[in-house]
Design a protein around this ligand. Structure first.
Ligand code: FES
Length: 231
């Protein structure tokens, strides 16, 4: 099976290039991450991130034949050859397929992804009914791989100002939480032309999410809460 893999080492002074690789033996059910590991055994200078191999840690987000995804969840049998593997777009490159996620985490921290409660702390626990808990389904499962934000043109164009789909999904995860008491502050923080309203409903985020989540719907729900807040 033939691969073309993006290679770039900023310290080498050389321009980025696509390196051809060939995998002679493709095992049945082989995932792209496993194929990359085999190729790395042949050329150990190839750099990419990975950890769990199970779609849980989110560290192996890459761009495969033009679409973002997790290497560990994509069977190579589904890919057209030569398989073009690049780093996720729009992020500074550290080396080969490894990108600098600092900006992404900056936006994640910016939405305060934790419960904010102003009431005195309960002695035992914050209670929530099963129905209230159900409202967090489709929100809490995000693994912060960044496939969505790095496929979003609005995020490419305004990486320092637009929070991006992943962070906005996380923002709604706490806005939707019956135990959180910071709705007003959270909505005020997202007001303005950039942080959330730079979303133009392009929906690349929905198209690539390996967990089948819907950041666009979350963003629309935040907008609805804003309108309610104004009435
Ligand atoms: Fe952890 Fe793919 S290696 S999500």
């Amino acid at each position: 099976m033939k691969f073309l893999i993006y290679r770039y080492d900023p310290e080498s002074g050389k321009k980025p290039f696509m390196q051809a690789f060939e995998l002679k033996h493709v095992e049945p059910g082989m995932m792209l991450r496993d194929a990359l590991l085999k190729l790395k055994a042949e050329d150990e200078t190839l750099a990419f991130r990975h950890s769990c191999g199970e779609g849980v840690c989110g560290s192996d987000a890459i761009n495969i034949n033009g679409k973002n995804g997790l290497g560990c969840l994509i069977p190579v049998s589904t890919l057209k050859e030569p398989v073009e593997v690049r780093p996720v777009p729009g992020m500074p490159i550290i080396r080969d397929l490894v990108v600098d996620m600092s900006q992404f985490y900056h936006h994640y921290r910016g939405v305060k992804p934790w419960l904010i409660v102003h009431d005195p702390e309960p002695e035992v626990e914050y209670l929530q009914s099963p129905e209230e808990r159900d409202k967090l389904d489709g929100l809490y499962e995000c693994i912060l791989c960044g496939c969505c934000s790095t496929s979003c043109p609005s995020f490419w164009w305004n990486p320092d100002k637009f929070r991006g789909p992943a962070a906005l999904l996380q923002s709604y995860r706490f806005l939707a939480d019956s135990r959180d008491q910071a709705t007003k502050e959270r909505l005020e923080d997202l007001d303005g032309p950039y942080r959330m309203f730079r979303c133009h409903t392009i929906m690349n985020c929905v198209n690539v999410c390996p967990k089948s989540l819907n950041p666009t719907a979350a963003i629309n729900n935040i907008k609805k809460l804003m309108v309610k807040d104004m009435v």
